[in-house]
Design a protein around this ligand. Structure first.
Ligand code: SF4
Ligand code: SF4
Length: 369
């Protein structure tokens, strides 16, 4: 199928599209361009293609669709852009237009069907709340597990639960559904996204918590940045690294070399850089060093924006480059189960020795109270 489309969402991006000077500075940082080396795979190319779609100058052919769905939404180009172009906004608007015109990738279509019918992207039939032997109850703190920790990286959910228990937190699990991150990233319609948001907010409000903690960077960003645009939020939102950094943790010593990967959703999108580092530096004897690209300049793991499901080889190549940067360390710690999975794929593909681990799994066995 190849056709000229009605680009309703890109109409709102016209000023941005006309502001891009096509200077190409974004080429120096884009993780996708680094592997492909072809202009449509970088922000500049995506701006040109989006403008072409909007002006009905180019059809939505396979190459255009591929280019616009290969962006990991990592935001690194925005940091580098001298014209402050909001590239991710443009890419996500273009995706909304493509999807609204029937151009959805088959892998994304399956994910959307799973979320709408089962409440999670993985097609699992049981609810998150049924997996951990705890029922929702009134408490001060809610723990939003997130689909990846609930259904794939269960050790990360178990470690978070163990930490909260050791710290004596008055917490509850929530009758949660998918936070909507992947749905929004791949351009699905807002009506279904808002329905997920409303279900989650209702479940959280029903247990009267003051604050909700998240161990997934993607879920955290949704509640921190995106939910308030669509629904009222009457509770505080914290990433588990912020929650832990505020406490005087009693941790056993560990003589290991450690570095930290900033998930794009937590770092560049939400500006959370110091809390995970503070937590790691509370561990006696630990030797902490940064990778060459860290904090605002951190390289993307390659897993976000729906890229991992639709373009797994590209995603693994990007992850392998990130893991290479951490080879001086014994542990590459991060704070997102999705990054953990993708970085592990990168490690498998390049035979790296560094162990990839989620912060909560790293901290839990060391935490004495
Ligand atoms: S997005 Fe920014 S850095 Fe990239 S070509 Fe446009 S103006 Fe230049
Ligand atoms: S958001 Fe990331 S992947 Fe997308 S164009 Fe910018 S640098 Fe490349």
């Amino acid at each position: 199928m190849t056709e000229i489309i009605e680009a309703q969402h890109l109409k709102n991006e016209l000023k941005t599209l006309l502001t891009c000077t096509y200077c190409g500075f974004c080429k120096s940082v884009c993780p996708v361009f680094e592997g492909i080396g072809w202009d449509p795979s970088v922000a500049r190319g995506r701006m040109i293609l989006s403008y072409g779609l909007l002006q009905k100058e180019i059809p939505a052919d396979q190459s255009v669709i591929e280019s616009l769905f290969q962006c990991t939404t990592c935001k690194d180009c925005e940091r580098r852009c001298p014209s402050s172009i909001e590239v991710v906004e443009v890419v996500e608007s273009a995706r909304k237009d493509l999807v609204a015109n029937g151009f959805i990738l088959p892998q994304h279509s399956k994910i959307i069907n799973n979320i709408i019918s089962l409440g999670n992207p993985y097609g699992e039939r049981d609810r998150v709340i049924d997996r951990f032997g705890m029922r929702p109850r009134n408490a001060e703190l809610g723990y939003f597990i997130g689909c990846t920790s609930a259904y794939r990286n269960v050790n990360s959910a178990k470690a978070t639960l163990s930490i909260l228990k050791k710290l004596g937190a008055d917490f509850t699990l929530l009758d949660e559904v998918c936070c909507g991150s992947v749905m929004q990233r791949i351009g699905w319609k807002e009506e279904d996204l808002i329905s997920l948001m409303e279900k989650n907010v209702k479940a959280i409000e029903s247990v009267g918590v003051d604050e909700v903690v998240f161990s997934c960077a993607g879920c955290y960003r949704m509640f921190k940045e995106e939910y308030p645009k669509f629904v009222d939020i009457n509770f505080k939102v914290k990433h588990i690294s912020e929650y832990l950094a505020d406490r005087d943790l009693k941790l056993k010593p560990l003589k290991k070399k450690v570095t930290y990967h900033d998930p794009c959703h937590l770092g560049r999108h939400c500006g959370i850089y110091e809390p995970p580092r503070k937590v790691l530096q509370m561990i006696p004897d630990l030797v902490y060093n940064e990778m060459q690209r860290n904090k605002e300049t951190a390289r993307c793991c390659g897993g976000g924006g729906g890229v991992r499901s639709a373009f797994p080889d590209l995603s693994a190549k990007i992850a392998a480059r990130r893991v290479d940067e951490a080879e001086f360390a014994d542990f590459l710690v991060t704070t997102c189960p999705f990054c953990v999975n993708n970085l592990r794929l990168g490690k498998e593909s390049n035979g790296a020795k560094v162990e990839v681990i989620d912060l909560v799994e790293f901290i839990d066995p060391l935490l004495t109270g």
